[in-house]
Design a protein around this ligand. Sequence first.
Ligand SMILES: *[C@@H]1O[C@H](CO)[C@@H](O)[C@H](O)[C@H]1NC(C)=O
Ligand SMILES: *[C@@H]1O[C@H](CO)[C@@H](O)[C@H](O)[C@H]1NC(C)=O
Ligand SMILES: *[C@@H]1O[C@H](CO)[C@@H](O)[C@H](O)[C@H]1NC(C)=O
Length: 396
Amino acid sequence: MAAEVHFFLRSLGLLLLLGTFWHSSATKQWNVTCLASSECVLPCNFVSDGEGARIMWYTRKAVVSCTRYGNTSFVVGHNSAVDRYKNRTSLYAEHVLEGNATLVLRNVTPRDSGKYFCITIKRLAAEKSGVIVLEVKSPVQEVHMELSDEAVFCRADGIYPEPVLAWSTDPPTDAGLFYNKTKIEQTQLGFYDVESRVQLKVAENISVDFICNVSNAINSRRARFKMEESIHTAPGSEIKIPCSFPAEVDTFDLLWRFRRSEHILSMNVSGLRRRTTVSEDWKIHVMDGRSAWRHLKLPNVVAEHQGTYTCQVRTSQVTYVTQTDVIVTPDSKVPLLIYTILGVLSFLMAASSGVLAFIGCKVRTLLGYQKTHSRERDSTASNQESNKVTVDGART
Ligand SMILES: *[C@@H]1O[C@H](CO)[C@@H](O)[C@H](O)[C@H]1NC(C)=O
Ligand SMILES: *[C@@H]1O[C@H](CO)[C@@H](O)[C@H](O)[C@H]1NC(C)=O
Ligand SMILES: *[C@@H]1O[C@H](CO)[C@@H](O)[C@H](O)[C@H]1NC(C)=O
């Protein structure tokens, strides 16, 4: 009973202590900014007695972390961290009893932005840190562009704070010419995903490159999209699929893809150093992969090579995307062959009907022949008979 009362009093004391801390407006406050998915360090110092302490980290409404170090027989109970902080926090355990209660928060997202403070409880005293205002930012990391259903799509994900997406063309065109649709969504973790599209043809007979710029308070990145003329080819031919980006770019990561997602070849270029990797399935089809930054050379096209090829060159600021449709149509010799085969077949059919007619004729002739022949034989027979008679008569 006494122990329970003791526990109640301690808990009450702790609550009062927290209440006092929370309402105190004089507490020091400072800002910490972290990049999304990184490890975020939230500093906290306290005066340690070197024996034991219970370290609690709080955000406005939730327990972030609660851990005991050393001899903490003086505190009762334990607060567990709320689910969204579980397995994402740690302290520098070997430094805690030296007075260092710094928290490491991993895989931070914009949702973790907010106010944090730490409370340290020792045998004879408790201490509350100042308030840390955490801000989690996420720069624009990649701008994706592709052509699909006659529209050019631009997309960038995982951004904070909110981005702005803007289109332009090269050469410049009247912006009123395109119809565009931009959609911005915020994920549960607080990131912004942005997507927009414009129609491919700005006007009849005018082909332009599309530029999509995504920016926020931290940075901006853009992608540039070029649709090349389709390549019409026949099986067995050699084709060179172009990849366009400025000649002065000498440090980049290049990726060739087939039908949007299938990797053909990747290349990492840094000045004169070049590393090329051709995926296993494409090794027998790709020739001289080292020149793939100019064009992808397929020396012996087969029907399965028909589809969309994308060359993506990523530099520090811009991603250049070149898309080309390859259409594999059977060579003109093939229809000729088909016609020849059809011709031969019809000839054979015609010929075979001729043969039938011939056979029919022959049969009829044969039957006719047989009739005449039998008649002849009859007459011969009668002749023979008459001869016989004659002979007989002669004999006789
Ligand atoms: C706490 O310890 C860590 C690890 O040694 C160190 O990086 C950090 O600066 C220390 N923090 C404080 C507030 O002393
Ligand atoms: C922990 O501290 C208590 C006093 O609060 C003391 O009685 C006990 O012996 C200590 N235990 C250890 C292992 O030092
Ligand atoms: C795209 O749409 C927005 C809003 O509807 C508009 O303000 C903008 O001028 C349009 N054009 C371009 C090129 O972004």
